[in-house]
Design a protein around this ligand. Structure first.
Ligand SMILES: [Zn+2]
Ligand SMILES: [Zn+2]
Length: 430
């Protein structure tokens, strides 16, 4: 079996060609097989956690964040494991090979995120032999022909461009639209640029939504005239009597959003008499710049255990501002936007004195204290080994012109054969 592996790949130039090299390569294959089994076990555990919702309620905003924290892995790797876990049931053959240690987690990830589930058996053999980069190139979206019996995923609509925005019943903002391809690609490029620039600034988990907000923010910041900038500021109107908050257009905003805005925003008092505003006070930041700098310098990033965000933090009032919580450093902590949102949605409890070391207590939505990062349990025996040793990809150059995998759905093929038959029958008609 091992000779076969060696014969599939020419010996690299300059590598020692003695028995030592063979030993090392054999050892790498052994480790790769063991890693595959361990990763497949991790995916199974993640699947169980997803099914039972066990990741929820630990001060965590996504299953990937939970896994990254608990297993001490990078957010990207954790996301990969979660995505495979979500697709486990849809790709039984590929997952079977993964569970036997024959495929790596990266190979499986490409398949489950890029190929349709019906192609499970068709991609299996190719996956075993292709490197991860080759797989990515070969299994691009659009290389698979769809199932003609399924409704077209993108039915053609009228050619008119349209764009609409508004608020939903759940107090959220929505955007919906369709543009011509070349104008749309301008928007696409702007989004990619904004997301990339956020990434470069250290915001490594920036989403497309973050990119859209970034573009909008930049556009508003670029407005030169002060008066015009003021006009297009987002104002939340807070009623001192009822505590209700509304946007200028009259949309009511949820309490969680209101409380969050009041932690770290800018306020301008408006005095009313008999419900009619008659005077406007000076606008000021709830957290003055000097206090903000002290808190940011003290906390150096989000204070929630296990969170690594250290940019774009928001200042939070431990005793809420609306409940007369003072804007003093002991009552202020830095939180990343995600954890700040979670707190005000009631999914993360925070108590204590922020100026005292180790005095803060973070609790999940059930009030259970959140521990500091988990510790790996060291293995007591050797790792499990697959029955068949892991075989690495061929490593040969792939010519996409020669990758003929027949990635068409059975129904599409049937449909084509039927049409061909009808055509040839028509040819015989007198
Ligand atoms: Zn807050
Ligand atoms: Zn955080």
């Amino acid at each position: 079996m091992y000779d076969l592996v060696m014969s599939r790949r020419p010996t690299p130039i300059g590598s020692p060609d003695g028995p030592g090299a063979v030993d090392i390569e054999h050892e790498i294959s052994e480790i790769a097989g063991a890693l595959n089994l361990i990763n497949s076990r991790l995916v199974k555990v993640a699947e169980r956690a997803l099914e039972r919702g066990e990741w929820i309620g630990h001060g965590i905003h996504s299953p990937a964040q939970w896994l990254a924290w608990k297993a001490g892995m990078s957010p990207q790797h954790a996301k990969q494991i979660v995505q495979i876990a979500e697709q486990r049931a849809s790709f039984p053959l590929v997952i079977d090979a993964f569970d036997r240690g024959e495929l790596t987690v990266d190979q499986v990830h490409v398949v489950v995120t890029r190929a349709p589930a019906w192609a499970d058996d068709r991609v299996l053999h190719f996956t075993k032999n292709a490197s991860v980069v080759q797989l990515r190139r070969a299994i691009r979206a659009g290389r698979f022909e769809g199932d003609p019996d399924q409704p077209d995923p993108e039915p053609r609509r009228e050619d008119r461009e349209r764009l609409s925005t508004g608020n939903t019943d759940q107090g959220r903002w929505r955007i919906n639209g369709e543009l011509d391809i070349e104008r749309g690609s301008i928007v696409d490029n702007a989004l990619s640029e904004a997301r990339d620039s956020l990434f470069e600034q250290g915001h490594t988990d920036a989403t497309w939504a973050d990119a859209l907000v970034e573009i909008a923010q930049r556009s508003l910041d670029a407005v030169a005239a002060e008066s015009r900038r003021e006009r297009f500021k987002t104002w939340v109107h807070l009623s001192a009597d009822t505590g209700d908050a509304t946007l200028t257009a009259g949309w009511r905003i949820p309490m969680a959003v209101r409380d969050r805005v009041l932690c770290d925003g800018q306020i301008q008092p408006v005095w009313e008499r008999d419900g009619v505003p008659f005077s406007v006070g000076r606008s000021q930041r709830i957290v003055p710049d000097r206090t903000r700098r002290i808190v940011e310098h003290r906390d150096r990033g989000c204070r929630v255990p296990g969170c690594t965000a250290d940019r774009f933090v928001e200042i939070h009032h431990i005793i809420h501002w609306l409940n007369d919580g003072p804007t003093d450093t002991w009552n202020l902590i830095c939180l990343c936007p995600k954890h700040h949102r979670m707190h005000h949605q009631g999914r993360l409890g925070i108590t204590g004195n922020a100026d005292q070391k180790c005095d803060l207590t973070f609790t999940d939505w059930q009030g259970r204290a959140i521990d500091p990062a988990g510790q790996p349990i060291l293995p007591t025996g050797p790792p499990p080994q697959p029955v068949v040793p892991y075989q690495h990809p061929c490593g040969e150059r792939m010519d996409l012109n020669w990758v003929g995998l027949g990635w068409a759905h059975d129904n599409a093929l049937k449909h084509r054969r039927q049409q061909a038959r009808q055509r040839s029958a028509a040819d015989w008609m007198p």
